[in-house]
Design a protein around this ligand. Structure first.
Ligand code: IPE
Ligand code: IPE
Ligand code: MG
Length: 252
């Protein structure tokens, strides 16, 4: 990206407190359609630009030492879109995964999917499974792609599995606590997001990480996702570091 290595970026990166970086950053990759419309381009061009932005974000988070990045790529509600757009998104996903796989693997990215990838078209499922398998032992950064993901659906899936365990006599209802529920979510074993970035001027969760975002710091920005670059991320991280997280307690 053009801003990479710019003096302004380097100055801002220098201001980051490396000891207090968020462990887990989540992003809602929104605004692709508007980005394209503003340029008189088809929406698919916006999704393509959005995929580029994700690639840069993965690289930059890895360079900074962020351990988890979760990116909302396709929601359980996005199936409502015209068939042609859904098809383009799925085709782009396959293309992105195969094109980026080599480099992600070399960088040490461990790619995972959260959501219901079993309901994706077969070629998308295959591309995803290949990428997950190929990068499974990498540990520099874990990138969760939220695909066919819905926060409510995640809780439904967790309750179904937990219910089956109860029925089989392996879990006692009285022993269920927050840790038990967390362990049945798609994000089992992953710390809750510290920072959630919502671009494109929207102020809603859109069914993303409902359980996990209980104490997440939200950053809303009017910047459209395809324009969200390194500079925006560092600014978001600096804003995060200015905040005080209290978790319902009192000032430290
Ligand atoms: C986000 O961009 C991509 C997906 C939801 C798959 P949008 O396509 O929602 O872009 P806008 O909101 O129409 O600008
Ligand atoms: C959220 O964006 C989902 C993804 C970015 C994958 P949407 O564009 O679907 O959200 P709404 O419909 O504006 O809430
Ligand atoms: Mg949108």
């Amino acid at each position: 990206m053009h801003e990479k290595g710019s003096p302004e970026l380097n100055t801002l990166v220098g201001k980051l407190d490396r000891e207090r970086l968020p462990v887990h950053v989540a992003v809602i990759m929104d605004g692709n359609g508007r980005w394209a419309e503003r340029r008189g381009l088809p929406r698919a061009a916006g999704h393509r630009a959005g995929a580029e932005a994700l690639r840069e974000m993965v690289r930059f988070c890895a360079e900074l030492g962020i351990k988890y990045l979760t990116a909302y790529a396709f929601s359980t509600e996005n199936w409502k879109r015209p068939r042609a757009e859904v098809d383009q998104l799925m085709a782009l996903l396959v293309e992105y995964l195969y094109r980026e796989l080599e480099e992600m693997d070399r960088q040490g990215v461990c790619l995972r999917a959260i959501g219901r990838p079993d309901e994706l078209p077969p070629d998308a499922r295959k591309a995803l499974a290949d990428a997950v398998e190929r990068t499974r032992d990498n540990s520099l950064i874990i990138v969760n792609l939220a695909l066919n993901y819905g926060g409510r659906r995640e809780i439904v899936d967790a309750m179904r599995r937990l219910g089956a365990e109860i029925k089989a006599g392996r879990v006692e209802p009285e022993k269920i606590d927050e840790h038990t529920i967390q362990a049945y979510l798609y994000t089992a074993g992953i710390p809750d997001p510290d920072l959630l970035i919502r671009p494109a001027g929207e102020h809603r969760l859109s069914n993303f990480l409902l359980w996990q975002a209980a104490y997440t710091e939200f950053l809303m920005t009017p910047v459209l996702w395809p324009d969200f670059g390194r500079l925006h991320l560092v600014q978001a991280l600096l804003e995060y570091q200015r905040r005080e997280r209290r978790y319902g307690g009192l000032k430290a």
